[in-house]
Design a binder for this molecule. Structure first.
Ligand code: PXP
Length: 251
């Protein structure tokens, strides 16, 4: 199980003052020392947290891998194709949202949004970037991801996280989606809203090979430091994986 840490919110604190600190690149190095397998950042169209230069500096300095989240805006797509991160995850983006609120809905193959997405995926595939799509745990959308040429899907765990611990139904949906995605040859990632309390059942889904976690870890890092915050999450995730039938706490 790979654990990727999303350091967007380190940049959120910096941008609150338009200052030089805290630096997401320094935070990423501490994440790696704490056991992260990769660093995730979302270069939003409004540049509200991560800036282009942060992504360039991360690409040049991290010792693990970079997972760049992006929408289909032309300038960001060009930036990604030039930078060639290890992985690009397409996410939906709405200006007014506080964070990425829903999964990507490719829509009808005749729609402009679908065509933009198909072009974006093709372009990054051609550049040798592994492409993942952040989508709801929904069978039809998973099938679309495969048709579109993605290598992986990141299943949106928001519904599960919000319902936790009364999350048995949402967990079952994630489990079914993960099995289906793997069954049709897609790699399975998961993320959004995962915390130290609710991560275990998701980490225990055997098909899930990568977790992307941000807010909970960055929040905890304020009190215990980034390296320790990551180390703690790492150990929960590893335990979930190593213990078949681990008590998931979901009801
Ligand atoms: N995965 C994706 C695709 C996301 O957009 C986000 C949030 O930016 C995350 C994972 C991490 O979510 P959280 O910050 O709630 O852990």
């Amino acid at each position: 199980m790979r654990l990727y840490i999303n350091v967007d919110h380190v940049a959120t604190v910096r941008q609150a003052r338009r200052a030089a600190e805290p630096d997401p690149v320094a935070a990423a190095a501490l994440c790696e020392r704490g056991g992260a397998d990769g660093i995730t950042v979302h270069l939003r169209e409004d540049r509200r947290h991560i800036q282009d230069d942060d992504v360039r500096r991360l690409a040049a300095s991290i010792t693990t891998v970079l997972n760049l989240e992006l929408a289909t805006a032309g300038d960001i797509l060009r930036f990604a194709a030039r930078l060639r991160p290890h992985q690009a995850t397409f996410v939906p983006e709405r200006r007014q949202e506080i964070t990425t609120e829903g999964g990507l809905d490719p829509g009808s193959p005749r729609s402009a949004a679908y065509k933009r997405l198909a072009v974006g995926i093709g372009r990054l595939n051609d550049a040798g970037v592994r492409v993942s799509l952040f989508i709801a745990p929904d069978r039809a959308t998973i099938d679309q991801a495969r048709v579109l040429g993605a290598a992986a899907v990141e299943l949106h765990t928001g519904e599960y996280a919000h319902a936790y611990p009364r999350s048995a139904k949402a967990l079952a949906r994630l489990q079914r989606a993960a099995a289906h995605a793997r069954g049709i040859g897609l790699a399975v990632h998961a993320g959004h809203g995962l915390t130290y309390l609710n991560v275990t059942p998701v980490a225990a889904i055997p098909e899930v090979e990568e977790l992307n976690i941000g807010h909970s870890i960055v929040s905890r890092s304020i009190t215990v430091g980034m390296e320790t915050a990551v180390r703690e999450m790492r150990s929960i995730v590893d335990r979930a994986r190593a213990t078949p039938g681990v008590d998931t706490g979901s009801r």
